[in-house]
Design a protein around this ligand. Structure first.
Ligand SMILES: NC(=O)c1ccc[n+]([C@@H]2O[C@H](COP(=O)([O-])OP(=O)(O)OC[C@H]3O[C@@H](n4cnc5c(N)ncnc54)[C@H](OP(=O)(O)O)[C@@H]3O)[C@@H](O)[C@H]2O)c1
Length: 465
């Protein structure tokens, strides 16, 4: 005997056998009441979202059982934008206030970015009791938890899949897919621009400045590249993911950040000799005392799955106490991959609006499990790579080894690749696993040595992922 129940659990009918309902033809769905969407911001992500909504409208309607209708769009230059004709009549506005107050808009998609106007838009939407879908990592990392609390109090939803790793549905994975597990570590490559630059340096042996200039010319990197190459963009994304994975309130200020500016092609040559490569790694791992969070270039084994992440791709690797390793890979940005993430959020929120089944698992751990307080990265213990550039003279290794010994650090190996000039001679020392605070003190002391052409570069060597 089967019981057919409605979403509130009331039994509607019983039957001896279950006959799967046939999908409703698209024409029938067209007549069903739709859920209205207002899109604010018609740049890369906004236009990608409109394209997906237009080109995939029938599939979306079949999956939902009703249509998503774009009722209104907004950008400062909205009248110069080409809105896909397939969307039908769409109201246009240059003032976002018209969108949040629009009577046919049930969900507001905030795709403007930044922290000022975007914050006003979301506040306005909440005031009008409209649910919000956003791609805004910066705002969500800085004050998403407070916005979430306001949204829940107002009885609306806030969805942000597109804010981290563009086309990889990592939010859904952590919120639902592996929510039964207990995450013990999360590693990610979360900034496509820096990954593109590093992999180009690795394959072509080109210096960072050259690859960055090319990336800017091709539109892969911003005119001001700091957010990407200094690690701040990745840090915002890690703050969002770590909060979700560990059930803790985490802000960007809790995360140590160091960018890729000091990496040079010779570091890849030495890393390869050691069976490693270099990537900007976002790491969050549980220790008995708390969470260690960092975004920085690190050596990772060439045979690890994460070392295969090339170009502008993103990846997230999660280790759970019970389910062990899972790995997620895909495009981290771009109008259409990010547009898919926005549209999938719109569908989830629309389903909730139509069927009244809230799926409000906090992306900001409002229950505050409180077990994983962020700790200083100086309490990290791992092997290190120290790269030096020196004016050659006798006794260099002995002096460096002396400073390491003072900090009780054991040296593992010394590597020197052939080099013609004695005035700018590179070589590498690798260290046995040691605490970061000791490495930092040693590097600080070494920086005053007269034979160094620049302070030593210290990179952690991640254990096999
Ligand atoms: N690009 C990606 O691949 C990607 C991936 C993941 C997440 N994101 C996030 O998605 C968001 C949007 O990024 P994007 O790359 O699409 O940015 P974008 O190309 O710069 O587009 C921003 C849009 O917002 C509009 N806008 C700015 N200020 C406005 C205002 N006061 N009122 C109305 N409209 C305003 C702009 O209007 P005008 O066109 O008139 O200037 C433009 O259409 C950001 O939070 C970003 O971090 C982007």
């Amino acid at each position: 005997m089967f019981f057919i129940v409605n979403p509130t659990g009331e039994t509607l009918a019983t039957a001896d056998c279950y006959v799967a309902p046939r999908a409703k033809p698209v024409a029938m769905i067209a007549n069903m009441q739709h859920v209205g969407v207002g899109v604010i911001g018609l740049g890369n992500v906004g236009m990608g979202t409109l394209d997906v909504l237009a080109e995939n409208a029938d599939q979306i309607a079949l999956k939902l059982g009703f249509r998503l209708r774009v009722a209104a769009v907004c950008s400062r230059s909205v009248h110069q934008k080409t809105v896909p004709e397939a969307l039908g009549p769409v109201d246009r506005a240059t003032d976002w206030r018209e969108i949040v107050a629009h009577p046919e808009v049930d969900i507001v998609a905030e795709l403007v970015g930044g922290t000022s106007v975007a914050s006003d838009i979301i506040t306005g939407a909440i005031a009008h009791k409209k649910s919000v879908v956003t791609a805004n990592k910066e705002l969500m990392a800085a004050c998403g938890s407070e916005i979430w609390d306001r949204a829940i109090r107002a009885g609306i939803n806030l969805a942000m899949e597109a804010s981290v790793a563009g086309g990889i549905p990592i939010h859904a994975v952590l919120r639902e897919g592996i929510s039964g597990d207990r995450v013990v570590a999360l590693y990610g490559i979360l900034n496509g621009t820096s990954n593109y630059i590093l992999t180009e340096m690795e394959t072509r042996g080109a210096p960072l400045e050259e690859v960055l200039t090319e990336a800017q010319r091709m539109g892969y990197a911003e005119a001001d590249p700091s957010a990407d190459i200094d690690g701040f963009d990745a840090r915002s994304k890690l703050a969002i993911l770590a909060a979700l994975a560990f059930g803790e309130k985490i802000t960007p200020a809790d995360i140590f950040v160091e960018g890729i500016r000091r990496i040079s092609p010779m570091d890849f040559q030495y890393a390869h000799q050691l069976g490693h490569t270099i990537r900007l790694i976002c790491a969050a791992r549980q220790t008995p005392d708390g969470l260690i969070l960092s975004v920085r270039p690190a050596l990772i084994g060439l045979k690890t799955i994460i070392a295969g992440v090339q170009g502008a791709y993103n990846a997230v690797w999660v280790k759970g106490r019970f389910g062990e390793d899972t790995f997620y890979y895909g495009r981290g940005a771009g109008p259409l991959p990010t547009g898919v993430a926005v549209v999938s959020d719109l569908m989830r929120v629309a389903r909730e609006i139509r069927y009244g089944r809230p799926e409000r698992v906090s992306p900001f751990a409002h229950e505050r499990l409180g077990e994983y307080k962020p700790l200083s990265v100086t309490r990290e213990k791992c092997a290190y790579y120290l790269r030096f550039r020196v004016e050659d003279q006798p006794g260099i290794i002995a002096r460096l080894a002396g400073i390491l010994a003072e900090q009780h650090i054991s040296l593992e190996a010394v590597l020197q690749l052939p080099c013609e000039t004695k005035h700018d001679l590179p070589f590498v020392i690798t260290l046995e696993p040691t605490y970061e605070h000791a490495v930092r003190e040693a590097v600080q002391k070494m920086s005053n040595l007269d034979f160094l052409r620049e302070p030593p570069l210290a990179l952690p060597m991640e254990p096999p992922l």
